[in-house]
Design a protein around this ligand. Structure first.
Ligand code: ATP
Ligand code: MG
Length: 331
């Protein structure tokens, strides 16, 4: 995989017009190529192709609420890969990039969802041959006796070749210190990153503080993971937008009173802070539970010969939102 970029199989239509030129955005001083007339500058400030690889990825990213810094980063990586290819065609040096990443954030902030999109983008751009995601945690890597861990870890790396190995709660590998088998897993992973360079991407995920601590404890680690992405907790407004999107995806509509009730509940939940609030997963559980409640309500309401109309079947009312969510918090 010279230069870490393989020739892409897509047609030249997939590449954004060279006339527009992809702009590697620098927030302080945007680099803009000379040939673009002033009037066009605004429209080319973000030269996102209307079709092709990035358009497809863009569509998936657009479905995610917030996460603008991640959307920008994805575009930067895309732009870099395009330019690297053009540079190598022009006989210029193209330094291989390292794409191992650390995702830091609380539960339900979109880490796994984004990892799947990253895998897809790298596959489409020819960086990864398969673009699959293997999601594992400590128990999948760590064995019970000396040598077992290295074998388990190597087997998982093998499975991940051509795709992404995503380790959730990765900090737990350092939990037991020097004598713990977690250390063996880390050493095996580091070795695999050298031996199988560019054949897979490793993403370590976990809570912010724990991941910072984990990286600090392993001096060789930070430089091996040049891309560190924060996944902040969603605001209540973002959670409401996510809920509406989730309802819509399932062909349901949340009534304004239901939205208000959910909003007030989320404000309370987020303020309480007694438990790990699971962000978008929490509202997904709320929506799914409301859908079950609505089904029961409708069956009770229409127990006779009549049946609910289409609008009624789609509507989630205030009373469908059961917000005693101890159950959901555990999920
Ligand atoms: N920004 C977003 N917009 C819309 N839906 C989202 C967003 N972020 C997450 N979700 C949805 O929330 C759910 C949980 O997301 P995901 O599994 O990616 O979170 P996570 O950070 O991996 O959580 P955990 O740390 O617990 O594994 C998924 O159904 C996902 O589609
Ligand atoms: Mg996850």
């Amino acid at each position: 995989m010279p230069g870490h970029v393989m020739a892409r199989s897509g047609s030249s239509e997939e590449r954004p017009s060279r006339q527009i030129n992809v702009i590697l955005r620098n927030p302080e001083q945007p680099v803009v190529t000379q040939s673009i007339p002033d009037a066009d500058l605004q429209s080319t400030a973000k030269a996102i192709p209307q079709q092709g690889v990035f358009a497809e990825i863009q569509k998936e990213l657009d479905q995610l609420i917030g996460l603008h810094h991640i959307k920008d980063l994805m575009y930067e990586i895309y732009a870099l890969l395009q330019i690297t290819e053009m540079r190598s065609e022009a006989g210029l040096l193209s330094n291989p990039q390292v794409y191992h990443m650390v995702f830091k954030g609380n539960p339900g902030t979109g880490k796994t969802t984004v990892a799947r999109i990253v895998a897809k983008m790298f596959q489409r751009l020819g960086v990864l041959s398969k673009g699959h995601l293997i999601e594992v945690e400590r128990a999948d890597l760590v064995g019970e006796y000396i040598g077992h861990t290295a074998q388990k870890t190597r087997d998982l790396v093998k499975k991940a070749l051509g795709g992404i190995l995503f380790i959730d709660e990765a900090y737990s590998l350092a939990r037991g210190g020097e004598k713990d088998f977690g250390k063996e897993a880390i050493d095996t992973l580091v070795k695999a990153m050298e031996d199988q360079k560019n054949q897979f991407i490793l993403i370590l995920a976990g809570y912010s503080d724990e991941m910072d601590f984990f990286l600090q404890c392993n001096p060789g680690m930070p430089s091996r993971f040049p891309i560190v992405i924060d996944f902040p907790d969603y605001t209540v407004d973002q959670l409401i937008q996510i809920s509406e999107g989730m309802a819509k995806e399932r062909d349901y509509i949340l009534m304004p009173q239901a939205i208000l009730k959910l909003k007030q509940h989320l404000l309370r939940e987020k303020c309480e802070g007694e438990h790990a609030f699971s962000n978008a997963r929490y509202v997904r559980n709320v929506i799914e539970r409301s859908i079950r409640s609505q089904a029961v309500r409708l069956l009770t309401q229409f127990s006779g010969s009549s049946s609910p109309g289409k609008l009624e079947l789609m509507t989630l009312r205030q009373e469908d939102l059961k917000l005693d969510l101890k159950e959901e918090r555990r999920l």
